[in-house]
Design a protein around this ligand. Structure first.
Ligand SMILES: *[C@@H]1O[C@H](CO)[C@@H](O)[C@H](O)[C@H]1NC(C)=O
Ligand SMILES: *[C@@H]1O[C@H](CO)[C@@H](O)[C@H](O)[C@H]1NC(C)=O
Ligand SMILES: *[C@@H]1O[C@H](CO)[C@@H](O)[C@H](O)[C@H]1NC(C)=O
Ligand SMILES: *[C@@H]1O[C@H](CO)[C@@H](O)[C@H](O)[C@H]1NC(C)=O
Ligand SMILES: *[C@@H]1O[C@H](CO)[C@@H](O)[C@H](O)[C@H]1NC(C)=O
Ligand SMILES: *[C@@H]1O[C@H](CO)[C@@H](O)[C@H](O)[C@H]1NC(C)=O
Ligand SMILES: *[C@@H]1O[C@H](CO)[C@@H](O)[C@H](O)[C@H]1NC(C)=O
Ligand SMILES: *[C@@H]1O[C@H](CO)[C@@H](O)[C@H](O)[C@H]1NC(C)=O
Ligand SMILES: *[C@@H]1O[C@H](CO)[C@@H](O)[C@H](O)[C@H]1NC(C)=O
Ligand SMILES: *[C@@H]1O[C@H](CO)[C@@H](O)[C@H](O)[C@H]1NC(C)=O
Ligand SMILES: *[C@@H]1O[C@H](CO)[C@@H](O)[C@H](O)[C@H]1NC(C)=O
Ligand SMILES: *[C@@H]1O[C@H](CO)[C@@H](O)[C@H](O)[C@H]1NC(C)=O
Length: 705
């Protein structure tokens, strides 16, 4: 490169010597060496070039070129002997006649520091140094990344470039056309760019500019930082706090992310099929479909996953209506108010605001309160709130009310009497009944059986003949109070009876009443008078008079009336009812009469007054007659005759006349004392007392039409 015509210009010796002081540090003016051109030489692969030196001061010095510290060429200038060049470099290196070093078809391995030393015996050795850099044209740049994908949140992301050919001695990175500088986020290395804690803002075009003295290559690479799924948006549409069963809705789930996260829905541990875009359509939802829906978002590239819950409320109103009730608890002391409204989703909220605001229940709520008279008769409201329906029910607790015991008599299979007493007192909660007989508390047993609800006492094998000996007491009580009633059972008793007949007097209806506590299993209907007529086929009638009462009908214990036919309107009949309890018969009812020949009340009174009077008159008359006869006899023949038998008979037969009932009963039944009945059964009285000496049946008042 350096032309040789300048060679030998000795005039320049001094100038060059001065220059060489700096270059080689030598001060010997005799031997000089001067490099021509820059000491830093750039060249390209395959080119020819020469490191030029000018040697002067002494003839034929020995020139040695060192590559690094290794001598590669040695030659004595001007010598006919061929230069000593190490064999591996012979193709490339060649020494010029002036000592310059020429490279032919240079390769990279020759990038090095070259030192030339000139040695002449007796003279100081001088040297010069060159730096040779062999470049190639930069070609086929590629950028590799580590790891393969940039991920947000990773520690670092490295871009590494490589070239197939050519080395760069300058490399610049640009992001979005802005040169990247070393800082906390980036480290720009010789072959790489490191992005520390890459995030989504690092996504974009990166440019690498590689430069060497012979070429400049620009390389573009787009980097995407993967991220997400971010916090998703879960939306139920239509947007409402709850849905009613039967509604349709769709759930969507969306989140930012690169790549776009894939969404799926899970419910109850099962993955549900979703439509494109990750929305879940639910049509005709049922309450079973209410609950927590979980959206699962996945970044398919990074595997990052995010789950979020969405609560879907599907409500359904309870069916029917709430029910309020109240029970006695804690040994019939406390009141337990109860409110129930089952079903529904969610369960209805129940409370008794008038009792307490402190507690409430769902679906089924009980509240126990000590019984107080404040609560007696007070309406207690239960508020039943469901999101779809608000309603209420109420209950009023009351103490046992007044009541009348009911007595029922039945006959069991063995024909024994069972008397059942019912004490049904209206009360809320239902009253508990305790039973006692006299002062003895009755318990469930063989003879006394108390019903499950305690309201009924059954007395088995009841002895009707001793019925009136005992008093049964039932005590109905609930937490709000008690109410007791005594029941005095009576034997079979008729309290009242009456008789009606039809227009032509052929049919009569007899009715009767019994006291409510009377023990009765049946009635015996008795009649006295001509036989009943029986209508035969040819229309003839039979008629036969019979004396005394005889049974004509049996009626059950619940009967209170009976019809009797066919009567002869021209005859007189007498009727009575005998109450029966098992084998015990009660007092017959008042005798009822029907037929002609009745007496009116004034007649009866007249009779009642007249008979004793005429009797008295008769006695007086008889006495008078007797006195006359006696006086006459005594006068005529004193003590000749005994007392006449006829008179004696009259006197002794008088007591017999006082028992007319023999005639009435006909000896069939125990003898009722009509005088006693009529005077005792005052309200049922329809008959007058019979004159004790009169044989005919009892007379009847004219009240019956
Ligand atoms: C050789 O290359 C280097 C760096 O590339 C440069 O600084 C220098 O100036 C170049 N020399 C010449 C003579 O071109
Ligand atoms: C280098 O020198 C050799 C021999 O002198 C010659 O054949 C070749 O063409 C030269 N190459 C270049 C690029 O000049
Ligand atoms: C230059 O050198 C390379 C090896 O470094 C060789 O392959 C090539 O053939 C040489 N070229 C010439 C023209 O000699
Ligand atoms: C290098 O780049 C050149 C053009 O720029 C191309 O022709 C060649 O195929 C590339 N080589 C490789 C190995 O990619
Ligand atoms: C950046 O810093 C690293 C060390 O932290 C260093 O090796 C590198 O040369 C620096 N690059 C630039 C362009 O300053
Ligand atoms: C991303 O990183 C840059 C540089 O560290 C920072 O300034 C920025 O706030 C980050 N952005 C996010 C979304 O984290
Ligand atoms: C789900 O519902 C949306 C709107 O409600 C509708 O656009 C979409 O087609 C539905 N998808 C399916 C699979 O039914
Ligand atoms: C989501 O719901 C499931 C039950 O379905 C539960 O196990 C999980 O803890 C819930 N996750 C969140 C974040 O609430
Ligand atoms: C409960 O609250 C209602 C209204 O909020 C009020 O009227 C009622 O008196 C309260 N009941 C009690 C027992 O405090
Ligand atoms: C109380 O309940 C009865 C039915 O049990 C209902 O008829 C009445 O309207 C209710 N009263 C109030 C005030 O809710
Ligand atoms: C009923 O009581 C009476 C009087 O105590 C007694 O004579 C009679 O035998 C009793 N009858 C039955 C069936 O026990
Ligand atoms: C009825 O029972 C209640 C409680 O069980 C008691 O306080 C009351 O004295 C009883 N009444 C009678 C008449 O026995």
């Amino acid at each position: 490169m350096m032309s040789s015509h300048q060679f030998g210009n000795l005039k320049m010796c001094h100038l060059w010597t001065t220059l060489l002081i700096f270059v080689i540090g030598g001060v010997n003016c005799d031997l000089t060496i001067s490099p021509l051109g820059p000491s830093l030489v750039n060249t390209t692969v395959g080119s020819n070039m020469t490191l030029v030196v000018t040697i002067s001061g002494a003839p034929d010095p020995v020139v040695t070129w060192k590559m690094g510290s290794l001598p590669v060429v040695t030659w004595t200038l001007g010598s006919s002997v061929a230069p000593d060049i190490s064999t591996i470099h012979r193709d490339v290196l060649k020494i010029e006649s002036d000592g310059s070093l020429t490279f032919q078809n240079v390769s990279f391995v020759y990038s090095n520091t070259y030192t030339v030393e000139i040695v002449k015996s007796g003279l100081k050795t001088v040297s010069a140094t060159f730096v040779l850099k062999v470049y190639d044209y930069i070609q086929n740049v590629s950028v590799n990344t580590e790891p393969a994908d940039a991920k947000e949140g990773a520690e670092k992301f490295t871009l590494q470039y490589s070239t197939l050919q050519g080395e760069a001695d300058q490399w610049r990175w640009y992001f979005n056309s802005v040169e990247i500088q070393n800082n906390s986020h980036y480290t720009v290395g010789q072959k790489s760019l490191v992005i520390h804690q890459p995030n989504r803002t690092d996504t974009g075009p990166y440019t690498l500019v590689l430069t060497n003295p012979f070429s400049t290559v620009t390389f573009h690479r787009k980097i995407t930082v993967l991220y997400g799924p971010d916090e998703p948006m879960l939306v139920a549409s239509p947007s409402q706090a709850f849905f009613v069963s039967g509604d349709s809705l769709s759930l969507s789930c969306q989140a930012e992310g690169v790549p776009q996260p894939s969404a799926s829905w899970m419910f109850g541990g099962q993955t549900l099929p979703v439509s494109q875009g990750g929305s879940l359509n639910l049509t005709n939802v049922q309450t079973s479909q209410g609950g927590i829906y979980t959206c699962v978002l996945v970044n398919v590239n990074t595997g990052a996953q995010r789950k979020r819950n969405l609560t879907v409320n599907v409500y359904e109103s309870p069916t029917a209506s709430p029910l309020c009730s109240v029970n006695a608890v804690n040994g019939n002391v406390d009141l337990q108010f109860h409110c129930r409204w089952p079903g529904g989703t969610p369960e209805a909220l129940l409370s008794f605001p008038s009792l307490t605001n402190a507690t409430s229940g769902a679906g089924d709520f009980s509240l126990t309160m000590p019984a107080s008279q404040d609560l007696n008769g007070k309406m207690v409201l239960c508020r039943a709130n469901h999101p779809l329906h608000q309603t209420r029910c109420n209950i009023t607790a009351t103490g046992p009310a007044m009541f009348l015991p009911m007595v029922l008599t039945t006959v069991d299979r063995e024909g024994k009497i069972v008397v059942t007493i019912h004490c049904n007192s209206q009360a809320t909660p239902k009253a508990m009944v305790t039973w006692s007989k006299g002062t003895e508390l009755l318990a469930n047993g063989l003879q006394y059986q108390i019903s499950v609800d305690t309201a009924q006492l059954s007395i088995h094998d009841f002895n009707a003949s001793t019925a009136q000996l005992y008093t049964y007491t039932c005590n109905c009580s609930n937490p709000l109070g008690s109410n007791g009633k005594k029941t005095q059972l009576l034997g079979p008793t008729i309290s009242d009876s009456s008789l009606f007949h039809n227009q032509d007097g052929t049919i009569v209806t007899m009715t009767w009443e019994v006291p409510p506590t009377s023990v009765i299993t049946g009635f015996d209907i008795q009649m006295s008078g001509p036989d009943l007529l029986t209508v035969t086929k040819n229309g003839s009638r039979r008629k036969r008079a019979t004396e005394g009462f005889r049974s004509i009908q049996q009626r059950s214990g619940s009967s209170r009336s009976t019809d009797i036919s066919v009567l002869d309107p021209k005859s007189t009949y007498y009727f009575r009812v005998i109450p029966i309890a098992g084998r015990t018969q009660g007092e017959p009812s008042v005798v009822q009469r029907i037929g002609p020949g009745g007496l009116s009340r004034p007649q009866i009174i007249g009779l009642a007054v007249g008979i004793p009077c005429s009797l008295l008159f008769l006695l007086l008359l008889i006495g008078l007659v007797y006195l006359c006869v006696y006086c006459c006899r005594k006068k005529r023949q004193q003590n000749r005759y005994p007392v006449p038998r006829a008179v004696e008979k009259v006197v002794s037969s008088q007591p017999d006349v006082h028992t007319p009932n023999h005639l009435l009963t006909g000896g069939l039944k125990p003898l009722p004392d009509y005088n006693r009945i009529t005077s005792q059964a005052a309200p049922a009285e329809r008959s007058i007392p019979l004159p004790t000496f009169v044989a005919p049946p009892p007379v009847r008042t004219a009240t019956i039409v």
